[in-house]
Design a protein. Structure first.
Ligand code: GFB
Length: 318
């Protein structure tokens, strides 16, 4: 049985972020009425969220709002990563139930899995071992989100599902070097080093950890596929299918950007989990696979970075 989005009022929570804005773009071809909340609605505040749902009565909720950041931001702001994400999830999921939302999709992260999970990581590895310390706060909040969806399905019969994306990148990403993930950081570093004719760029840690990268437009497409075709208790992995080491990624980004200098390593920064390649075979069996290859995705993301820099009136700050 497929769930039709045509004519449905679909609320995208987090529409200003990289993921939410990609989902809004992708929904435009579904014939849905897309609803978003403005900045006056603080998703951490229960009254704000309840009030918004009572007024707007969506049929579908996509919960893409979250406090997110790279390895350093996670490590520096554990209270915000835990509290903000718990509050957002609890408020949006409960308000969706009260407003009789027909279907809800919750978005988590591959960091929910144990630090040393068997690779590729299958969905049933959840809660089988200790988490990676640099992002355990965010991981605990995201695990709570999965469990809320499962509990609401079990107790109230709500059709709430969860998707676990791997490391994401694409247009609308955060390019701030202190708080960003590795992909936007490397794009910016390579670009600025090229402009300044620098001899080298510096990457954090040893460069040996491996990561799996998925373009956010592929994730958005997978989300629509899941909303239409999936209704089940278990969360679903959404990955690219292969991973690269950070040093391999640096090489690829440097090639795309056109930076030919050296790579220095800053060993004072953490490596994080050694590897987190997800097993996305359940999603593949449901008929979905990604389309945007890594080089093509980085090229397109760099073009967006240059556009945004141009609009900001400078090529060296975004
Ligand atoms: O993307 P990232 O910040 O987060 O870092 P995680 C990935 C890897 O890239 C780590 C290295 O080994 C970093 O040390 N790296 C090298 C850099 N240079 C840089 C740089 O300039 N900036 C950054 N940020 N990293 C996140 C979690 O973990 O994954 C989040 O913290 C979330 O909670 C996300 O789950 C998907 O992949 O290690």
């Amino acid at each position: 049985m497929t769930f039709s989005l045509t004519g449905k009022r679909v609320y995208v929570a987090g529409h200003r972020g990289m993921v939410g804005s990609a989902i809004v773009r992708r929904l435009q071809s579904e014939g849905s009425e897309i609803l978003t909340a403005d900045r006056s609605v603080d998703l951490r505040e229960q009254q704000d969220v309840r009030g918004w749902f009572e007024q707007n009565r969506p049929d579908v909720t996509v919960l893409a709002a979250a406090k997110v950041g790279g390895i350093l931001a996670n490590d520096r702001y554990p209270a915000e990563f835990l509290y903000d994400n718990l509050m957002i999830e609890a408020n949006v999921i409960e308000a969706s139930r009260q407003a009789q939302v027909e279907k809800l999709l919750f978005l988590g992260s591959s960091c929910i899995y144990p630090k040393f999970a068997d690779q590729p990581i299958a969905e049933d590895s959840l809660l089988t071992g200790p988490l990676e310390p640099t992002n355990e706060w965010y991981a605990i909040a995201k695990i709570a989100g999965i469990k809320l969806c499962q509990a609401y399905r079990h107790q109230y019969g709500c059709d709430y599902i969860s998707a676990m994306p791997t490391n994401l990148y694409g247009p609308g990403d955060n390019f701030d070097l202190q708080s960003s993930h590795v992909m936007p950081a490397l794009i910016r570093k390579a670009h600025e080093a090229k402009l300044a004719s620098s001899e080298s760029i510096t990457v954090w840690g040893t460069g040996s950890p491996k990561r799996e990268f998925l373009h956010v437009d592929d994730l958005a497409d997978a989300c629509i596929h899941l909303l239409k075709t999936y209704s089940g208790h278990q969360h679903v992995n959404v990955g690219y299918g292969s991973d690269v080491s950070i040093l391999e990624l640096v090489e690829l980004v440097n090639e795309v950007v056109g930076f030919e200098g050296q790579v220095e390593k800053d060993f004072s920064k953490p490596d994080g989990t050694p590897r987190k390649l997800m097993d996305s075979s359940r999603l593949a069996a449901m008929g979905w696979t990604p389309r945007i290859d890594l080089r093509q995705g980085i090229t397109q993301t760099y073009a967006h970075f240059l556009d945004a820099a141009g609009q900001a009136g400078s090529t060296s700050s975004v």
